[in-house]
Design a protein. Sequence first.
Length: 368
Amino acid sequence: MSGPVTLVYGDELMKHHLSDQHPLQPIRVKLTMELITSTGLIEHCHLVPPRAATIEELELVHSPEYVDLVRTLSDPALRKRVPRQRVIDAGFDSADNPISNHLHDGTALVAGATMVAAQAVESGAALHAFSPAGGLHHAHRARASGFCTYDDPAIACRWLKNQGHRVAYIDVDVHHGDGVEEIFYSEPDVLTISLHESGRFLFPGTGFPEDTGSGAGRGSAVNLPYVPFTWDEPWLEGFNRVVPPVLRKFRPTVLVTQDGCDTHHLDPLAHLAGTTRIWPHVGRVFHELAHELCDGRWVALGGGGYAVREVVPRAWTIFFAEIVERPDLAADLNDRESVMPGPEAQERVWAALHRDIASLGEVHGMNF
Ligand SMILES: [Zn+2]
Ligand SMILES: [Zn+2]
């Protein structure tokens, strides 16, 4: 299953810096690159620099008015002329989505990095590609949300669809992939699967099993929520029971995965109890499914991850080791063991998982 792998990175991605106090710190991607380098994994891929996404690419999913607004807000001279209500309606000037002078440039670079990965896979230059700076899955067509301005996963999915692909997007970030899901909610040829902490407990508050798509897209959105304290074993059980059968039924020609690592128990923004021990398995299953269903075509993205130093670089290096099929080089980085909650919480987690898998099977007419 070996084949050329592209890794998209350049230090200019540090421009995607929302503010000094913001939880999303681009240094986590640079630290990941340092670990990918020191483990020797870097020798097993082509390192390719990012580029800025073009306006046409951004407008594959965003309205021209919104792109124009982001550019205007990024210019200190023009910014003052924008009516306050317009800024608020577009999701900006909040703690989550602050305005800065490099807002457009920084996020357009992230979107461009993800496009470089998608184009490498589509052209055949690479079989698999990883854009660790990407995965900004909360941005909507005309609204910033949850640290995300331009929705690079959706842009890549739309572009791949326009090349004639049936696209499967799988999102394992602890937060529901609401922006991507909404953009493709009524489209039957783009499948979105999101596994996340339940919206009853966590931002953005959406993504329940009964949310399955609308109109012609009915059945093409799949949501599996987890309750707080879900640890590795039940998380993986949900992943194993849902992701492979849904993908086999859909028969995609390319996989796009959002691989946010904020499911970890040390992550400060969420309440799951995962460890890095899920990543060898997640990476291997995506890899095998890409070969089984898509002739290997697989675009992997980063995503959330706010334990910037203690988790993100290890999680994504372990994951990347699966992409290049050298898990031996990252084995030392893994958490030694899973972290399990007390017996009552364990019981609550399993009961919720079995109930949610049952409702998911019912609404999708599948026996998980
Ligand atoms: Zn492969
Ligand atoms: Zn997240």
